[in-house]
Design a protein. Structure first.
Length: 119
């Protein structure tokens, strides 16, 4: 039960930060940024979110960091994929590469997180 509760809270925090960041980036686009800049900025924002959440998860785990990062990144990608299919109703090979990059960032940051623990 604690497992479900932990990942439920983590997913909720992720979704809130994702929507909040998307809202802020959308406001920036509306007022003074080009669409290309917004795309790059949103990708960088997602990488930073994945890094922060997986780094924290890696610091809290007692198992291997890459497994923790893979679990957390897979959960986040699943949530993003569901929202993408509901809202946009499209899927492409470019999205798969996009999601794989995010998973690699998540796994790497969880491995960094577990390695920063002092023994």
């Amino acid at each position: 039960m604690n497992y479900i509760k932990h990942y439920g809270k983590l997913s909720l925090k992720f979704l809130i930060s994702l929507f909040l960041g998307s809202f802020i980036i959308s406001l920036m686009y509306y007022f003074f940024m080009s669409s290309k800049t917004v795309k790059i900025l949103s990708f960088i924002y997602l990488i930073v979110i994945f890094f922060i959440f997986n780094f924290q998860e890696g610091r809290q785990t007692k198992a291997k960091g890459y497994l923790s990062g893979l679990k957390t990144s897979s959960l986040f990608i699943f949530l993003m994929l569901i929202f993408n299919l509901i809202i946009f109703k499209n899927f492409s090979w470019l999205k798969i590469i996009y999601y794989l990059i995010l998973v690699m960032v998540g796994v790497f940051s969880a491995m960094l997180g577990i390695n920063t623990l002092k023994k």
